[in-house]
Design a protein. Structure first.
Length: 210
């Protein structure tokens, strides 16, 4: 099967898929798209994803967008984490949904304020408003990880990849209180995984605007 992933390696949503591919030991070509690479504005790309967002997976013409859908598809096809264990899979899904609805929105708002927007367009009011939301979400993760090794339980799952893909930038920007001991213990465990080191713990300087 010929598998291609469209998306720039600096995107956290692309990183989630790259890390998943690494965990599953699946081969995949990658085409840079989005950000400074452009391409998402072309008609060709709109036919792949009408939202003009990355990542997009193409498997012999089967085209799929939305990072979490892509991760689940890859894991299901490769007999990855959660396959054949419906409750583990459901618990992992719960934390993946939490990531996309509760953790990622305040993180992205803060990331734009601290990194992506030029100084003149930053708004301290956004930082003040969204920081408590991120703190609350990280507190929920910390409480969970105080009782389990990984987010879904004893096993590493896609939930750890989904939420864990944000952790490099969150900690690098000093947004995770040092008192969140379980969260930091989990983050260190993620750091021992080659896929995290190769695809997530990477520079985001190309995204910075002065
Ligand atoms: N919910 C989507 C979000 C996709 C998304 O917003 N991707 C961003 C990058 S993280 C994007 O394509 N931005 C436009 C660009 O990079 O040019 C997913 O998880 O795949």
């Amino acid at each position: 099967m010929r598998r291609t992933l469209w998306g720039r390696a600096s995107s956290v949503n692309v990183q989630k898929v790259l890390w998943t591919l690494d965990e599953l030991a699946l081969d995949c070509a990658r085409i840079d798209a989005g950000g400074r690479h452009g391409r998402v504005d072309t008609d060709e790309f709109a036919r792949l994803n009408p939202n003009r967002r990355v990542p997009v997976l193409d498997e012999d013409g089967f085209v799929l967008w939305e990072s979490h859908a892509i991760m689940r598809h890859l894991a299901a096809g490769a007999g990855g984490p959660g396959s054949g264990q419906p409750r583990l899979r459901a618990r992992a899904d719960q934390w993946m949904e939490f990531t996309v609805t509760t953790l990622q929105p305040p993180f992205l708002a803060l990331f734009w304020q601290l990194v992506r927007l030029p100084e003149a367009r930053r708004d301290p009011g956004v930082l003040r408003a969204r920081r408590p939301e991120l703190d609350a979400a990280l507190g929920v993760l910390d409480d969970r990880l105080a009782t389990t090794t990984w987010l879904a339980g004893d096993d590493f799952t896609l939930a750890d990849i989904a939420a864990g893909s944000l952790m490099h930038r969150i900690t690098d920007l000093g947004l995770a209180d040092t008192g969140l001991e379980a969260l930091h213990r989990w983050h260190r465990a993620l750091g021992a995984r080659p896929g995290y080191r190769a695809h997530v713990a990477t520079s985001y300087e190309e995204l910075r605007r002065a």
